[in-house]
Design a binder for this molecule. Structure first.
Ligand code: SF4
Length: 53
């Protein structure tokens, strides 16, 4: 199974010490109303879940 590498530490699915996501699969979507071509502007993980501290 492929691993999902992710460094979004504010997400509840993120395992920061491994730089990984704990899900088996995620959904990535294009960000709305963005045409800059810059990766951090264009893509978005739809599986993101805010961490509640
Ligand atoms: S759900 Fe998305 S943002 Fe959250 S850890 Fe997984 S890949 Fe990263």
């Amino acid at each position: 199974m492929a691993k999902i590498k992710c460094s979004v530490c504010s997400c509840a699915h993120n395992v920061a010490e491994k730089n990984e996501c704990d899900l088996n699969a995620i959904q990535v979507c294009p960000c709305k109303n963005c045409k800059t071509g810059t990766p951090e502007d264009e893509t978005c993980c739809s599986s993101y879940t805010e961490t509640r501290h």
